[in-house]
Design a protein around this ligand. Structure first.
Ligand code: FAD
Length: 279
């Protein structure tokens, strides 16, 4: 099937982009890398009157340090982060995470903002950003930017709290201290496929952060807060198989036995990574 016809515009500035969305009366759709939107257009699951291309918008393609956080422009691609094109992200946990999204042709075009907005429950940015307590920066026409906490951003599968006419302009990530512990693990049937079970963990003594977050669910990622606090206090020994199983049972009803086993193994491997334990 081919896409239904639509107007295509490629604004030169963010203000023009926001104006185009505001004028479209909800009939326009942003396009970044088109890795998810393209198939949706072709299958006619999306039938916008206008497509507004932000893939090369300079204002959305910078990475800078703002108020101690790394502000990553929404149209930065996974491949640019993988390749270390931005000094601030070299050695940051998201560099390795980005390198394992899909395969190279998808990473060459897929963007941070597109991935967040699409809100696939198995997506890597959705999980990593949640574990890192990242903030999503959004803008609407003639309005000041607003920052949304990741836990408030994704409401359900493919559903976010973005309002009509809002554009994701950036993702704000923490810089990790030397004491920070990070782990990321996903089960995929083969390279390039979305995860079937995934987990990200982040412990940052400097900000008393303790996060164990499970992804690839039917919903937004789920944080296992109690287990994370216990591990932050008691170390890896606290996270026995039984403790992980109990935490999963208590927090995530949707998992069947196999799903719980896979999520449990992802958590255990993630924690082992974070605490430098190699099997
Ligand atoms: C074969 C394949 C395998 C994949 N495997 C994985 C995987 O393993 N892990 C993973 O995480 N991802 C995976 N992806 C998804 C991919 O990584 C892209 O990130 C994702 O498709 C969306 O990014 P995009 O830039 O292409 O956005 P687009 O497809 O252009 O847009 C997606 C949605 O976001 C909206 N949008 C785009 N930019 C903005 C913005 N700045 N503000 C607001 N809304 C915006 C669009 O309107 C659209 O609704 C895979 C994709 C494919 C095709």
């Amino acid at each position: 099937m081919k896409a239904a016809s639509f107007d295509y515009v490629k604004p030169a500035t963010l203000v023009e982009t926001l104006r185009a969305l505001a004028r479209s009366d909800g009939q326009a759709k942003l396009m970044a890398g088109s890795q998810s939107l393209g198939p949706m257009l072709n299958l006619r699951l999306a039938r916008p009157a206008q497509v507004v291309d932000v893939s090369r918008l300079d204002e959305l393609r910078t990475v800078e340090l703002i108020e101690g956080r790394v502000r990553v422009g929404a149209s930065v691609t996974h491949a640019e982060i993988e390749d270390g094109c931005f000094e601030l992200l070299r050695g940051h946990p998201v560099q390795e995470m980005a390198a394992r999204i899909a395969y190279r042709s998808v990473r060459n075009r897929g963007t941070v903002g597109g991935s967040l907005a699409h809100a696939d429950p198995a997506a890597d940015w959705i999980l990593a950003a949640r574990a890192l307590n990242a903030l999503v920066e959004v803008r609407a026409f003639e309005q000041a930017p607003r920052l949304i906490k990741m836990q408030d951003f994704m409401l359900a599968a493919y559903t976010t709290s973005l309002a009509e006419g809002e554009v994701i302009t950036a993702l704000h990530l923490p810089r990790l201290s030397a004491q920070a512990r990070w782990g990321y693990y996903k089960f995929c049937r083969k390279t390039g496929e979305f995860a079937e079970a995934s987990c990200a963990v982040y412990f940052e003594p400097a900000s008393a952060t303790a996060q164990i977050v499970v992804g690839a669910l039917d919903s937004a990622p789920v944080a296992l807060e109690t287990l994370a606090s216990e591990v932050a206090r008691g170390g890896l020994a606290v996270a026995s198989e039984a403790a992980i199983e109990a935490a999963l049972k208590g927090a995530i009803e949707q998992l069947d036995t196999l799903g719980r086993r896979m999520a449990g193994a992802a958590i255990a491997r993630c924690l082992a990574q974070a605490f430098g334990v190699h099997a």
